[in-house]
Design a protein around this ligand. Structure first.
Ligand code: ZN
Length: 184
């Protein structure tokens, strides 16, 4: 057949001796297509994450109200526990270690600003930042140093309907957890 196939990346003709199903003219084009696909997915995720507070405004308002109703006296913040089969992994996670200037690396809040608190703040309300849209155990944190977890006091379960990509989680394969994912 003399049917001409054009490279999906550079539009040059794919040499006829290539495999019949080739869609790229070269390895370079295949790799660069792979990279641009990764960039596209990245952009999509960033714009999704930026839209969370608008998109989930009603849920966030209801969640904030529930937190205020449930919070024991002296609670300064809360955290969200993801059940991983044997134990909870609690968010937020503040990475250990310091940067080159000796400052704590901190964590990123939902606005991608650095924060060092090991809890989400109640006042002002800080929306939770979690890596998987699913069910979490919410627990309160005492305002009294060293800010212990207040255990069952006021604790409740909540399905958080959005997720934010996080690196270096202490969970092997978060997508494989036996949890029911929320509709996004
Ligand atoms: Zn090409």
């Amino acid at each position: 057949m003399s049917h001409v196939i054009l490279c999906k990346m550079c539009q040059k003709e794919v040499a006829p001796d290539k495999r019949a199903d080739a869609i790229y003219c070269s390895d370079e084009c295949r790799i660069s297509a792979h990279h641009s696909e990764a960039r596209r997915r990245n952009r999509e995720r960033t714009s999704y994450e930026r839209s969370i507070q608008t998109r989930f405004a009603a849920w966030l308002a209801a969640f904030e109200e529930r937190l205020r109703r449930q919070a024991p006296e002296n609670a300064i913040g809360y955290r969200a526990g993801l059940w991983c089969g044997r134990d909870y992994v609690w968010f937020p996670i503040v990475p250990v270690g310091r940067d080159a200037k000796g400052r704590s690396r901190g964590r990123l809040d939902i606005n991608r600003r650095r924060a060092t608190d090991e809890y989400f703040s109640l006042q002002p309300f800080e929306p939770p930042s979690v890596p998987l849209a699913t069910l979490y155990q919410i627990r309160f944190i005492s305002s009294v140093y060293p800010y212990p977890d207040m255990g069952e006091a006021g604790s409740f379960e909540e399905a958080i309907p959005y997720e934010i990509k996080m690196n270096n989680l202490p969970i092997d394969n978060i997508k494989a957890l036996p949890v029911r994912r929320q509709r996004m």
